[in-house]
Design a protein around this ligand. Structure first.
Ligand SMILES: [Zn+2]
Length: 113
């Protein structure tokens, strides 16, 4: 499962940070997940429980912050929200869109002890 390896990656990041910043447990993790990141939030939450067992983030809560797909339309010069990666501009129907958001997959904030 794709989400499992993402969780493992996040955990590795946390373990490295814990050494640098001297914390021992992670209580909450806020994640930015873009609409086009290809991640299934439910699978991620499940993976998180499994991966963090017996780790510094055991029993921590994973809070997912959904980032919508955002693009800049070169035709009508506006910032628009899109549902699918290859959508046309919802305002002028142009296909000249530049993606500006929606591919995020990163740790936004942590609550640690
Ligand atoms: Zn447009």
């Amino acid at each position: 499962m794709h989400e499992m390896s993402i969780c493992e990656g996040i955990l590795l990041t946390l373990e490295a940070q814990a050494k640098e910043q001297n914390y021992k447990t992670v209580k909450k993790v806020w994640l930015d997940i873009g609409a086009f990141s290809g991640v299934e939030p439910r699978a991620l939450t499940f993976g998180w429980e499994v991966v963090t067992r017996n780790s510094l983030a055991e029993n921590s809560e994973l809070i997912i912050n959904h980032i919508p797909g955002q693009a800049w339309c070169l035709s009508c010069s506006s910032s628009v929200t899109i549902q699918n990666r290859y959508d046309n501009c919802p305002k002028c129907d142009s296909g000249m869109l530049q993606m500006t958001g929606g591919e995020e997959l990163k740790i936004k904030e942590l609550e640690v002890d």
